[in-house]
Ligand binder design. Structure first.
Ligand code: NAD
Length: 454
């Protein structure tokens, strides 16, 4: 099939590349000229395990192309994916200006005699498909063509909702072997085309879940806000553990073995971040308000997440009796989670901001996200070449992201490098008892030093 993907960021680039991998002819469109030039010259723009190999192969095979021209991108395409940003507006609702802007452009480019399916892959509030359709029709009407063309034009495209569930850091794996593909459509022809496109990705047809468009739009928010709720629940449980002398790791293992609860998203830490969970929780709470429903849990989830980051920062500050001025810290982990270079709403940035405000100095290290962080902080902080280089003469190490390489470090090297043997671990990577044996003052989340070994 011939496919266009509009918006070539994390979702657009992964989707476009994976669709090309199953033999489709894909053109990815982006307004960012520098990005398109880079991609067209064979250089990848994001870090995502396994993506580069697929990207190079499909460019070489001539199945994957990039352009800044929407007209060129959609030329001959049977399916057009919108993988555009939906950032939070001032009131927390999803800002649809990118989606509706492209929809208006499509109204001027689509032809009444060529059937196309337009797929919303972005995370969008309920009712967006109707708005996309209206924007396309309005913009076509502005062309002032004979009235008879309007009817055939309105029949020449269908809007489909196909929210994306890939996880950054495992995006290729998730896209190539999805647990489920949610497709909201009211059209038989669109359904058949989506089926044909996605069948090569799924083990059996039952993983393609067809539903009405509004339910599909809501399903994505339901998934992300449920995950955020799980995280905030465990963070509150960790707060309780600290107060009653229990260990959140043990509570977690007792919970995770219950199939009704599941073992994922149960890690306590310094709160969730990233480009999706924070904005999607806000947006769903806002959408609910708009229909006069107060989605109470979501407000609590946001509040718990805000307090959890503050709680971690206070822990560090309390250790130094509220005086961080002149202290020097090493930070390991900047990306919002491991295996990505994405720093959007990364908790590490909040930690950096607070430390700088309090007069501390910082040397940071992340395996992939250093370039993005340097663009934000410039020479306000120092950047280490490796994880151990960051430790030199630091008063303490602060861990913000659970990269695999931070999990089993050589603690003997800490003695020589760190100015003081103190670790503030926002991701609960180490065993508090082992840390005590190493003579390290170790602070983590919800794990007061347990008295019993098992
Ligand atoms: P992104 O910011 O990485 O990429 C968006 C791209 O769209 C950018 O490259 C931008 O230049 C481009 N763009 C903006 N306006 C454009 C226009 N008029 N024409 C062409 N290109 C344009 O965003 P993302 O992380 O890929 O997210 C896209 C959507 O997918 C969002 O709604 C997000 O919530 C959702 N989503 C993201 C993830 C994720 O893990 N990142 C997962 C699932 C769903």
């Amino acid at each position: 099939m011939k496919i266009a993907v509009i918006g070539t960021g994390y979702v657009g680039l992964v989707s476009g590349t994976c669709f090309a991998e199953t033999g489709n002819q894909v053109t990815c469109v982006d307004i960012d000229k520098a990005k398109v030039e880079k991609l067209s010259s064979g250089q990848i723009t994001i870090y995502e395990p396994g993506l580069e190999k697929l990207f190079e192969r499909n460019i070489k095979e001539g199945r994957l192309k990039f352009t800044t021209s929407l007209e060129e991108g959609i030329d001959g395409a049977q399916i057009i994916f919108l993988a555009l940003p939906t950032p939070p507006g001032e009131d927390g609702s999803a800002d649809l200006k990118y989606i509706l802007g492209v929809a208006a452009d499509l109204g001027k480019l689509l032809k009444p005699d060529e059937f196309k399916v337009i797929v919303d892959k972005s995370t969008v509030p309920v009712g967006t498909a109707d708005k996309v359709r209206d924007a396309i029709l309005k913009s076509f009407a502005e062309l002032n063509l004979p009235p008879s063309t309007f009817y055939s034009f309105s029949e020449a495209f269908e809007i489909v909702s196909n929210p994306e569930f890939l996880r950054e850091g495992a995006a290729v794996e998730d896209f190539m072997k999805p647990d489920r593909v949610v497709i909201g459509t009211h059209s038989d022809s669109a359904r058949k085309m989506m089926e044909q496109l996605y069948l090569p990705f799924v083990q059996d047809e039952s993983s393609l879940i067809f539903m009405d468009i509004r339910s599909a739009e809501l399903t994505k928010y339901a998934a992300n806000t449920f995950l955020a709720t799980k995280i905030s629940f465990m963070n509150e449980m960790a707060q309780l553990c600290e107060r009653v002398g229990a260990n959140i790791d043990m509570v977690k293992s007792g919970l995770a073995s219950d199939p009704r609860i599941g073992r994922f998203f149960l890690n306590a830490g310094l709160g969730y971040g990233g480009s999706c969970l924070p904005k999607d929780v806000k947006a769903l709470a806002r959408s609910a308000n708009e229909v006069n429903y107060n989605f109470k849990i979501l407000h609590a989830v946001m509040e718990v997440n805000r307090l959890q980051k503050q709680f971690f920062i206070d822990k560090i500050s309390d250790y130094y009796h509220g005086d961080l001025n002149g202290k020097h810290f090493a930070i390991w982990g900047l990306a919002f989670k491991p295996n990505t270079d994405d720093i959007r709403e990364a908790p590490a940035l909040e930690v950096i901001d607070c430390m700088l405000k309090e007069g501390a100095t910082l040397t940071v290290f992340d395996p992939e996200a250093m370039g993005h962080v340097e663009k934000v902080y410039g020479d306000k902080i120092q950047y280490a070449a490796g994880q151990y280089d960051a430790l030199s003469d630091a008063d303490a190490l602060i861990i913000c992201t659970e990269w695999a390489e931070f999990r089993t470090p050589d603690f003997n090297r800490f003695e020589k490098l760190l100015g003081a043997k103190v670790i503030f671990d926002g991701r609960n990577l180490y065993d508090p008892i082992k840390m005590k044996d190493f003579g390290i003052n170790y602070e983590s989340i919800g794990r007061p030093l347990v008295k019993y070994k098992f």
